[in-house]
Design a protein around this ligand. Structure first.
Ligand SMILES: C[S@@+](CC[C@H](N)C(=O)[O-])C[C@H]1O[C@@H](n2cnc3c(N)ncnc32)[C@H](O)[C@@H]1O
Length: 349
């Protein structure tokens, strides 16, 4: 096959994206996670306590639950799904959750095997986490097991939305631009930049996890072999991978970027550090530089990202809440543009 044809096929595969499939997966997750939460409530007897209205404190007193933030997340999610009502601080049962159907389970298992495996592992530990505040150490980005799953997951469910965000980044690049994928993980975002970019840019990937960067390096080498090194090099001036803990050291001081891209990274930054972190990013942008953030967010207290199991993961600090987070970003960046209902935010220096 001719080299142009090969690259056309690779790009077409990206363009066709699995958008509809990914949206379906999110819709299934919105049913599945409250359903699993309810199963745990039934197991620990919380379903009968919720027959009358109770505050979070009252629930904790009547049960063994120690992890109040996880409890609140689960309860709020169920209010959003019409399982519970919430009035004057009290949660009360109104309707059983929607059934999680076998055909949806089969769909997830076949199209999203890593996300499925990971969810099942976390759900298995969820009862302990809720009762004893226990965390799930395997899910760090440094452990082989955690990384194997993460790398797989990051190529699964949020894939199409990350592609959209990367296409947004590409609107702002020109020949000679420096583009940073911050918290690049196993390099899936870098791969998409490599395949879609039509300008001669310099790409950087920064991540705190050495194992993730090793995966990114391998992934990139494979694209160079499988797609076409010469063609990619026509567009990419260079690609540099840098290991750095952003919370400890911030960004390297010697490089400024035209575009900084973050995909599902802000949830690893504690809320109290977010303002300083965003200022640091602004300081690393060139004049007229742009930041593009792709982030899963809670739309409101009761419209949450369904994955309450994230509360088990030590590196995960909390998904941001939409309004607060947009407000914080708009204090630091100019001309904020909000897309995908807050999941993609573009700001200028
Ligand atoms: C959920 S993954 C997202 C990976 C990638 N951006 C993607 O969309 O597939 C979050 C990434 O942020 C990195 N990360 C989290 N906290 C970090 C920190 N303090 N310094 C550097 N990287 C960090 C993790 O190592 C991980 O690779």
């Amino acid at each position: 096959m001719k080299r142009r044809e090969r690259i056309k096929i690779a790009i077409q595969a990206l363009k066709n994206q699995r958008l509809r499939r990914d949206i379906r997966a999110f819709k299934i997750a919105a049913v599945m996670y409250p359903y699993f939460a309810w199963k745990i409530f039934e197991k620990i007897g919380l379903d009968s306590i919720l027959k009358t209205g109770n505050t979070i404190d009252e629930i904790c007193k009547k049960t063994e639950i120690k992890n109040t933030s996880m409890l609140e997340y689960m309860l709020d999610l169920m209010v959003g799904r019409g399982v519970l009502s919430f009035s004057k601080g009290k949660y009360k049962f109104i309707n059983p959750p929607d059934e999680f159907k076998k055909k949806d389970e089969e769909f997830l298992k076949s199209h999203y095997p890593y996300s499925w495996e990971w969810t099942m592992k976390l759900v298995k530990n969820a009862e302990k986490a809720l009762l004893n505040n226990q965390k799930f150490e395997e899910s760090g980005f440094e452990s082989d097991e955690g990384l194997r799953l993460w790398d797989g997951i990051m190529s699964e469910a949020p894939h199409s939305f990350r592609n959209m965000a990367i296409k947004t980044c590409l609107r702002y690049v020109k020949d000679g631009s420096s583009v940073l994928d911050l918290g690049c993980g196993g390099g899936i975002g870098l791969e998409i930049f490599l395949l879609l970019c039509k300008k001669k840019i310099k790409l950087y990937g920064i991540d705190g996890s050495k194992q993730s960067l090793n995966r990114a390096k391998k992934r990139i080498e494979e694209i160079y072999i499988n797609v076409d090194e010469a063609l990619i090099k026509q567009n990419i001036e260079g690609l540099e991978l840098i290991k750095r803990d952003l919370r400890k050291k911030g960004l390297p001081k010697d490089t400024k970027y035209d575009v900084i891209f973050l995909s599902i990274v802000l949830n690893h930054i504690p809320k109290t550090e977010l303002g300083e972190f965003l200022k640091e990013l602004r300081g690393s942008l060139k004049k007229n530089g742009v930041i593009v953030i792709y982030q899963l967010i809670h739309k409101s207290k009761f419209e949450r990202v369904p994955m309450w199991v994230m509360e088990l993961i030590p590196t995960h600090k909390e998904y941001p809440f939409k309004d607060q987070y947009i407000e914080e970003i708009s204090q630091i960046f100019n001309n904020i543009e909000v897309k995908l209902d807050g999941s993609i935010i573009i700001g200028k220096r």
